[in-house]
Design a protein around this ligand. Structure first.
Ligand code: ATP
Ligand code: MG
Length: 402
């Protein structure tokens, strides 16, 4: 029986003059995320976004949009039109409103026993019934009509299972049950464009999600080393990119050929330094791609101290090879926190598939944990860096994931 979704944003409200640009971007993102489900009217009302649709598609629409950065919460709702001034609201209208509230409760609350609470927000103060009275009377109507031996139901004003909300605005009353939480943050693209270094691991998809949440649009790069890394490892990365696209829209996934670079490093550089030098090569290629795609920073899933290359010295040596800033959203996160989030955003099950990403295949016994920049530079000087990068890019695969 729903006929719209009320969408709330949070941080966007703190924006000054350019608030409307952020809202406009959020609406574009919503529009894009649901485009294949039909043509829907989107309106902005009192600091919220209303998405109008028939009840049959509401659940599917909600599942899509609730993932979008910038959205704090959303509720499927039903509206009750007042075809008169609020001050003329009479007993007959009141009966109809109660009837609609009952119907909604009956239809949407399915598991019993449960508790509920009615809460009214009377934005239109000319509406004649004050909020506490409306709460009590609608609550009592629900109890009287629905509560039974089969459906044990009670009011709990402190910790209800269901919050039944009534919003009274000029001309319309909105009824809805519960608010589903979105990620919050800022709408994707409002903060600019970046390039995510996406491996098949647990960390980098989560880092990508954080970037999206702060309003960054992401492209992705995955360094592939066949036959050391299998086609399945690549599939895994594609699947991870697909998960991220649910939050951030279409993702351009670029897959440079990395085998030759790894082979050359292993052949020509001291074993201790292979990882450090390999990471520098990845970053150089990522810089090249980012600049080509107008992306202004790189994103990685690095977390301080997690592995040998993620010490302060390791980070310094990686940064040294990058002209663009490298953003590391997970730098202070514990692995457990990252895993929790990976589960929440649905990337975890994909990340733990067993296929190796390229680093693990070439991992040295004792990688240097505190690489000294001068030494790293001299050890990689034996490589023909320009040529290796050129070859890698010549054999690059480019995919569009959505
Ligand atoms: P992840 O779980 O994201 O793979 P990790 O803990 O395994 O991270 P590393 O293998 O040291 O750590 O990689 C650190 C970061 O470097 C990754 O989070 C990712 O951003 C990037 N990276 C590593 N391997 C690749 C790859 N094959 N392609 C693209 N980026 C990569
Ligand atoms: Mg990894």
């Amino acid at each position: 029986m729903y006929n719209l979704i009320i969408i709330r944003y949070g941080e966007i409200n703190l924006k000054g003059d350019n608030k409307h640009d952020f809202i406009g971007q959020l609406i574009k993102n919503i529009d894009h995320a649901i485009a294949d489900l039909g043509d829907f009217e989107i309106t902005t009302v009192y600091g919220r976004i209303f998405l109008h649709a028939e009840s049959s598609v509401i659940k599917r629409l909600l599942n899509r949009i609730i993932k979008l950065p910038g959205i704090v919460s959303a509720s499927p709702a039903v509206d009750f039109k007042l075809n008169k001034a609020a001050s003329d609201f009479d007993d007959e209208d009141y009966d109809k409103l109660k009837e609609k509230a009952l119907k909604l409760f009956e239809k949407e609350v399915k598991s019993y026993p449960c508790s509920f609470k009615v809460e009214t927000n009377r934005a239109d103060k000319s509406f004649p019934i004050k909020s506490p009275k409306l709460n009590a009377e609608i609550g009592s109507a629900i109890l009287t009509n629905i509560e039974s031996k089969e459906k044990p139901l009670k009011v709990d004003v402190h910790n209800p299972d269901h919050l039944f909300e009534i919003e009274i605005t000029r001309g319309k009353i909105y009824l809805f049950i519960n608010r589903e939480s979105g990620p919050g943050g800022l709408p994707v693209k409002s903060s600019g464009q970046t390039l995510l270094m996406l491996s098949g691991g647990i960390d980098s998809p989560v880092a990508g999600w954080y970037a999206l949440k702060r309003g960054l649009k992401i492209g992705a790069v995955y360094f592939h080393s066949p036959p050391y890394t299998s086609a399945r490892a690549k599939e895994k990365v594609k699947d991870l990119a697909r998960i991220l696209s649910k939050y951030g829209g279409e993702i351009k996934l670029q897959i440079p050929y990395f085998t030759e670079i790894q082979q050359q490093i292993v052949k020509k550089c001291p074993e201790k330094y292979t990882i450090t030098i390999m990471r520098r090569m990845m970053v150089r290629i990522a810089n090249h791609l980012a600049k080509e795609n107008s992306q202004k920073a790189l994103i990685t899933g690095e977390s301080l101290g997690q592995v040998a290359s993620q010490t302060l010295e390791g980070i310094q040596s990686t940064d040294d090879a990058s002209e663009l800033p490298i953003l590391r959203p997970l730098i202070t996160s514990d692995k457990n926190e990252i895993i929790e989030l990976a589960k929440k955003i649905d990337s975890y099950e994909i990340s733990i598939r067993p296929y190796e990403d390229c680093c693990t295949v070439f991992i040295p016994e004792e990688p240097v944990t505190k690489p000294i920049l001068k030494i790293v530079r001299s050890k990689e000087a034996v490589l023909n860096i320009e040529k290796l990068i050129k070859n890698s890019l010549e054999q690059m695969e480019v995919l569009t994931i959505n």
